[in-house]
Design a protein around this ligand. Structure first.
Ligand code: GLA
Length: 747
């Protein structure tokens, strides 16, 4: 081969290797000359906001990316409807406070010192800095300013939030504060999807027609919640499918009480308002102080529900996760919980270390039970000191063995909680959330520490910092295992002033802010530390916590069949990179269902792979299969975690098919599952997506007997006719890896 030709080949290869499958269109914000109006564009979407004749910010447009000349002007206030709907109610406003007859979900409601509880916010000024727009509003009579922020991202996601600022001399009390209202184009054929569930059954995807009235997604339990996740999608019936059509989607970044209200008027105006949950809310705003609301992210695509998820995944990887824009791959981990429960001890873990290492595990995690008097969930939470009966030589010998076996070491903590039976509680009974004379509700025999108190925040930071400093810890599984019941702020020290007026309701904001702050400080001090957000499974997964944690534990339910459904819902909103799944033992503790090990492995490979089984009880065959499966996973780890996800067929068909394509489309991997074969029917064809149509792909089936077709197939054929995979019987599953052949690319 001539050197010129070789250079040409290498250059061509590199060009294709680094070329993203979806070149992002840049993010930009343009002010329209001669109007007070801005166009915010990124990816394939544009958003237009302008100031109307009443000096109020009004939503103008939210949809596909606009060309320069296509920007519509602000329509102006709409007339009211008889004497029952004021223009405040009929006009699609960006951030409407309660006042002037607003009869919808207010973005803001404030009590003023003179007894006035209404506001009318009008435009004062604006500024653009890079991809961020700030619009400043002020009330017409009260010394209260509201800053509206917009940040546009190239992936096609817009973040909106607000800052409410007291510029007067008296204290305001904020009753309700949203981040933003999103107004959608008027249409009567909207459907919407949301994620709901409960502990061990999170992430169930629901879809319904959007009817006139108000539909609410919310959490009142102190954290994001297992029951509803702050994510939504709106589609158009008859137009939107998994593969194409308009989708408006949104996600709120807050790990405390939140609310998203979807309001549909009788004339089919749709507005979606989200932010702090006003339920039991209260925030004192003394002179000179400001309250910032969480970020509410939203976007638009014409690529259907599949592309809506991919936009969110790309956005999370490139802009949001702690190690963005190039998050580290999630290593294959082993976790002790399902094998040794609270009996974790030096000896039994040492035995597991050797087995895990042999399987190819990269991270060894000891779960609950290693500290204080923690022999069950009745005691010990709060005492983050190594239990010397279980670990007579401290954690060091175990950690050294883990390292010597080529893995890094992780550990379980639940730092925001305390058992009444703990030294910490005996020392500081006033550190918990409670009301003075009300009986406290215990859940899992534990109470929530009031992290909003500075001394509690400091304790939690320093005790975890010490643990990580004294031991070589690469990973924290940060758990949180109950809801809030009596969210009272017990006074202590000089806090009496704090609890006057709003009775300590600031806890809803300050608690979460302090949690974020602790996590940020830990990460700063220990830059190589990874953290998983776990809350009895998926109780705290949102774009707020994901700014500080690398991955999440979506559910305590590890039954592989249930898990497919849980993961299907989860991946609508969050990237595979963030989703940990374990292979556990069968029959599963939840439902006593028996599922073959291969199916369990392939089900756990849809994101970060973990192993949670009692390896010391696995047969030689199981261990050998495990080794093969881990080796296979490592060959596609980057594509699964950071590639593009295509949901070819949902789990509800009983024949789920999921495909991942690397960003440069040079590698793909397709998983096929069959729950139960009926009537001897052959398995549905697997029709791929997202490949380079003009390239040839070489196929590497994990089970050659399940694929009898040619070794190399053109991308267009794989996306046209697809693959025949021979899956039969019950709980059958297989996987095929595809590699693009550069030298065989067609002209
Ligand atoms: C929670 C977690 C589990 C496990 C237990 C330990 O339920 O979700 O994975 O860590 O706590 O108590």
């Amino acid at each position: 081969m001539s050197s010129f030709f070789r250079t040409f080949c290498i250059a061509t290869f590199l060009m294709f290797a680094v070329m993203p499958a979806y070149p992002e269109k840049p993010a930009e914000i343009r002010a329209i000359p001669g109007r007070i109006e801005w166009v915010l564009s990124g990816g394939n979407m544009s958003y237009v906001v302008g100031i109307n004749d009443e000096k109020m910010p009004q939503s103008v447009y939210f949809g596909r990316r606009l060309s320069e000349s296509a920007v519509p002007p602000v329509a102006g206030m709409r007339p009211g409807w008889a004497s029952f709907e004021t223009p405040m109610t009929t006009t699609p406003l960006e951030y409407a406070a309660w006042g002037a007859g607003l009869a919808l979900e207010p973005a803001l409601k404030v009590d003023s010192a003179n007894g006035d509880r209404t506001l009318i916010l009008k435009y004062m000024s604006s500024q653009i800095e890079a991809n961020r727009l700030e619009i400043v509003l002020k009330d017409t009579t009260q010394p209260l300013k509201v800053h509206l922020f917009y940040e546009m991202f190239p992936e096609g996601v817009l973040a909106r939030w607000s800052r409410i600022e007291n510029v007067g001399r008296q204290t305001f009390k904020i009753d309700q504060a949203a981040s933003a209202t999103w107004n959608l184009p008027r249409a009567s054929n909207y459907e919407w999807s949301w994620l709901a569930g409960r502990w061990a059954a999170e992430w169930q995807l629901h879809t319904a027609v959007l009817q006139p009235g108000t539909q609410v997604l919310e959490s009142r339990v102190g954290t994001t919640s297992h029951t509803t996740n702050p994510w939504f999608e709106v589609h158009q019936a008859g137009l939107t499918t998994e593969q194409s059509g308009p989708v408006w989607f949104g996600e709120l970044g807050w790990s405390g009480n939140w609310k998203i209200a979807v309001e549909v008027s009788s004339t089919y105006n749709v507005r979606i308002t989200g932010g702090y949950n006003p339920f039991d809310f209260g925030f004192r705003l003394p002179p000179g102080q400001a309250l910032e609301t969480p970020k509410f992210y939203a976007g638009f695509t014409e690529g259907g529900m599949g592309e809506a998820s991919r936009v969110l995944h790309r956005f999370q990887l490139a802009e949001l996760l702690p190690s963005h824009p190039r998050p580290k791959l999630r290593p294959v981990l082993f976790d002790s919980w399902e094998s040794t429960r609270f009996n974790v001890a030096e000896q039994n873990q040492m035995a597991l270390v050797d087995l895990a290492a042999k399987l190819g595990v990269e991270r060894f995690v000891i779960d609950d039970g290693w500290f204080g008097s923690r022999n069950s969930d009745h005691s010990g939470l709060g005492d983050w000191f190594v239990n010397s009966e279980k670990f007579p030589h401290g954690l060091k010998p175990l950690i050294e063995r883990v390292h010597a076996s080529g893995m890094d070491f992780g550990i379980w903590v639940e730092p925001e909680m305390v058992n009444p039976d703990s030294d910490l509680y005996r020392r500081h009974p006033d550190w918990v959330l409670a009301f003075p004379d009300r009986q406290r509700t215990e859940e899992r025999h534990q109470l929530v520490l009031n992290l909003a108190k500075p001394e509690v925040k400091e304790y939690v930071f320093s005790v975890i910092d010490r643990l990580v400093t004294e031991n070589s810890i690469a990973f924290l599984k940060w758990d949180y295992n109950r809801t809030w019941s009596e969210p009272g702020w017990l006074a202590g020290g000089n806090e009496t002033d704090q609890i006057n007026g709003t009775e300590g309701r600031e806890v809803y904001v300050d608690y979460v802010r302090n949690l974020y702050d602790i996590l940020a400080r830990l990460r700063k001090k220990h830059p190589n530390l990874d953290i998983e957000s776990c809350a009895g499974g998926g109780g705290r997964v949102d774009l707020g916590i994901l700014r500080f944690t690398d991955e999440t534990w979506p559910s305590d339910n590890t039954d592989a069949l249930d898990r497919l459904n849980i993961q299907y819902g989860y991946l609508h909103a969050y990237a595979p990179q963030t989703m940990m799944s374990w292979v556990t033992d069968s029959p599963n503790g939840f439902d006593h269902r028996f599922i073959p090990l291969k199916f369990r492995f392939l089900a756990a490979m849809q994101g970060g792979l973990g192993i949670g089984g009692a390896l010391d009880h696995w047969s030689a065959d199981d261990l050998a299969l495990g080794e093969t499966m881990v080796r296979f996973y490592k060959s596609v780890q980057g594509t699964i975690q950071q590639g593009s996800l295509y949901r070819l067929s949902p789990p509800s068909t009983g024949a789920e098919q999921v495909e991942y394509v690397s960003q440069d489309s040079s590698q793909a991997v397709v998983f096929a599952y069959l729950q139960a074969q009926h009537n001897a029917l052959t398995y549905p064809r697997v029709v791929l997506q997202g490949l380079a149509p003009d390239s040839m792909y070489r196929l590497y089936p994990l089970d050659p007997e399940k694929y009898k077709g040619p070794d190399t197939v053109a991308g267009s054929l794989l996306m046209g006719e697809g693959l025949e995979l021979n899956l039969e019987g019950d709980y059958a599953a297989t996987v095929v890896r595809l590699e693009r052949l550069h030298e065989e690319r067609r002209p």
